[in-house]
Design a protein around this ligand. Structure first.
Ligand code: MG
Length: 365
């Protein structure tokens, strides 16, 4: 099982469970297009869709009663008007806008916010205001799995109705037919095993025959704990800083201090003749390069070869390997009859260099 590719794992499975954000669509698309749309159209939706807003209001009111005492600093949910009085309805709608916006700022996954957001987004995808952007390789995978008669499910924090509209309105057309069923976190958190177990039971397959794809390692861990096979999908935007790990963490002060210490040490070593004239390390690179070039030129004019051995202690094995390659190169030329009479100047030079480093090669074997 270890080392299997995403394709191999999927091929051996009977069912596939797909995360959506960061797995089949980019995180940037969700956070820079979808969420801002929902936020900017929230008020308009609440003020113009009384029937649906009232239903959600009643549902939230019930949840608010059930979780009384756990609301913290959250402003109270306004009371849903029991009459059709237009003033009461508008007061409730305005209060609901403030309530949802406050919950939205406090927690993007807040259930009350998710429900309203879901309705706004469902309309957005349905009307074509937003076209769902899914990865081309995700489309290919869906088509392949369909031909292989695999059951494919989604499992996302986005509510089910939005997922359906999302798949119906993608940049590759309607792809909802490839998904057997859409699941959201009403069946359980994606960081717990219950939701994965629920989907396996629904599909009537053993968890070991199901593969879960996600971009979040914590979700992968939960799926594996349930007995599924799971793999992190390596979708990372190349233009986003979070896709890269920093290499150097030295700050400006540290670099300045390093430069000052190096200069002082160099001054001490040079003035006290502590370093051989032939040593390049700990010295100004430009000066050493000039020194080497001059040696090569001098050797060229006096018809001598110049041999330089670079020893970088961090990668000394690479250097030794390179020297051995010179030995092999010579053997190949010699066996091919290219360098037998020494008339080839290049061969002659290489033979001379090879003889010079042969003791070193022998000792390093
Ligand atoms: Mg995700």
């Amino acid at each position: 099982m270890e080392g299997e590719t995403l394709t191999q794992m999927a091929y051996k499975s009977k069912a596939i469970i797909l995360d959506i954000e960061g797995t089949i669509t980019s995180i940037d698309f969700i956070r820079e297009i979808v969420f801002p749309y929902a936020e900017s159209h929230l008020e308009d939706f609440i003020m113009n869709n009384w029937k649906e807003v009232r239903e959600i209001g009643l549902l939230l009111q019930q949840q608010s009663v059930d979780s009384k005492g756990n609301s913290g600093d959250v402003i109270p949910l306004p009371q849903v008007p029991s009459t059709e009085n237009i003033d009461e309805i508008q007061n409730f709608q305005r209060a609901l806008v403030s309530y949802v916006k406050q919950r939205m700022n406090a927690n993007r996954n807040d259930p009350s916010m998710k429900k309203i957001q879901g309705l706004v987004l469902r309309n957005a995808f349905r009307s074509g205001d937003i076209i769902a952007e899914i990865y081309p390789d995700a489309v290919k995978a869906l088509e392949t799995w369909s031909l292989e008669n695999k059951q494919v499910f989604t499992y996302s924090t986005g509510i089910r109705d939005v997922q359906i509209e999302f798949f119906k309105n993608t940049n590759f057309g309607n792809k909802a037919q490839f998904i057997k069923a859409f699941f959201d976190t009403s069946i359980g958190s994606k960081l717990e095993i219950e939701g994965y177990k629920f989907i396996c039971d629904f599909a009537k397959v053993d968890p070991s025959e199901v593969v879960f794809f996600s971009d979040r390692p914590l979700e992968i861990a939960a799926a594996k704990k349930c007995g599924l096979r799971a793999i992190v999908v390596p979708h990372k935007p190349t233009d986003h800083p979070s896709s890269y790990r920093p290499i150097s963490l030295t700050n400006a002060c540290g670099k300045l201090m390093e430069k000052m210490i190096t200069n002082r040490l160099n001054y001490f070593f040079e003035t006290h003749k502590k370093i051989s004239d032939f040593q390049a390390g700990f010295r100004n690179t430009i000066e050493q390069a000039a020194f080497l070039l001059q040696s090569i030129k001098d050797g060229f004019h006096s018809q001598k070869s110049t041999l330089t051995i670079y020893v970088d202690f961090k990668s000394v094995l690479t250097i030794l390997f390179g020297l051995r390659n010179l030995s092999k190169k010579w053997q190949i030329w010699e066996s091919a009859g290219v360098c037998t009479n020494g008339s080839n100047p290049s061969c002659a030079r290489d033979k001379q260099r090879l003889n010079a480093i042969r003791p070193f090669l022998n000792s390093s074997n």
